[in-house]
Ligand binder design. Structure first.
Ligand code: RIB
Ligand code: CA
Length: 313
């Protein structure tokens, strides 16, 4: 049984990530924490609770985390996820109020009580994860691996060098990448290949199930915004690939490389500087995703929706 803690900023692809984890056999989602990123900390917390209600999993504990990055002002992504952070359809009101505990305190408690090691899957900026690692070293040995979505070897999506999750909080990312913990980085080079096409989205919409009826229009909105902003012809469900990689590591092929985070560059702030050709003497510290089984990932997402639809009937 894989034990996951998901730290997210829903966000349409964060929603898909939560769904993949909840549909998978042999996975226990120990909890969800939220972070400011795609939208403000209040909105991502609300959205995550809405997603749990939509899939009938309001039993999963959820705690709100950082409202701002460690040292910089917050940058959000309404241009992709809309004003609410999860535009495209009116979702049901959340059934669970969530915990009053902070994300950091909740993660500490979960790790302290865990009888087996836990995989952390951050799908937003790394503010909460960095806070945990810095403030609670006593629980770090309970972390099996961090499987994160962020950065890229060559791909970026906010500046020519940086991807959103890393750029929002580069200082937090640097703490995580320098932690010495086992890290798998699922970056844009692989996530941009895991598209749900408009045909896939129509197929999902036509399922007309209790969850697919929501997910179809949500993915249509997300695809339209990605088309408008990046010319991408579909919905790149970045975060779902991180969860899938945590559960089925062979979905993504990785190389053990050195990755450092640029925290001062005038033009390169937030870049995951990846020593692909091993030309520096910096030691490898990250399993970097270099290839993805696209067909397998598409079927994981389609099956996820079918499975959750069936569970809700
Ligand atoms: O760059 C893509 C990442 O930024 C995804 O996690 C998306 O949800 C946003 O957080
Ligand atoms: Ca995200």
């Amino acid at each position: 049984m894989k034990k996951l803690l998901i730290d997210c900023d829903p966000g349409h692809d964060d929603m898909m990530a939560i769904m993949v984890a909840c549909a998978a056999d042999d996975v226990e989602v120990l909890g969800i924490t939220t972070v400011a990123g795609n939208q403000t900390g209040d909105k991502t917390f609300f959205n995550a609770r809405q997603v749990l209600t939509m899939i009938g999993r309001e039993d999963i504990p959820i705690a709100k985390g950082a409202m701002v990055p460690l040292v910089r002002p917050l940058m959000t992504a309404a241009f992709i996820h809309g004003e609410s952070g999860l535009e495209g359809v009116e979702l049901p009101e959340p059934k669970s109020p969530g915990l009053t505990l902070s994300a950091r305190d909740f993660m500490v408690n979960v790790l302290k009580e865990a009888t087996e090691k836990v995989i952390l899957v951050p799908t937003g900026p790394l503010t909460n994860i960095a806070t945990l690692l810095i403030s609670a070293p006593e629980v770090v040995d309970k972390i099996e691996r961090i499987v994160l979505i962020g950065g890229g070897i060559r791909d970026s999506n906010v500046t020519p060098g940086a991807e959103f999750n890393i750029l929002v909080d580069p200082e937090a990312a640097r703490i995580v990448f320098e932690s010495g913990l086992p890290i798998t980085q699922v970056g844009l080079d692989v996530t941009n290949k895991t598209l749900l096409t408009y045909e896939d989205i129509e197929l999902i919409t036509q399922m007309k199930g209790p969850i697919s009826s929501y997910v179809g229009p949500l993915l249509k909105f997300f695809a339209d915004m990605n088309k408008r902003n990046f010319g991408i012809n579909g919905a790149p469900v970045h975060d779902a690939l991180a969860v899938a990689t945590a559960i089925w590591p062979d979905v993504v092929e990785t190389e053990f490389l050195n990755v450092v985070i640029e925290t001062r560059g005038e033009f390169t702030l937030g870049q995951t500087v990846t020593d692909v050709y091993r030309i520096t003497d910096r030691k490898p510290n990250v399993q970097v995703g270099v290839k993805v089984d696209v067909a397998r990932m598409r079927s994981i997402m389609i099956e996820t929706i079918r499975t959750l639809d069936a569970k809700m009937v």
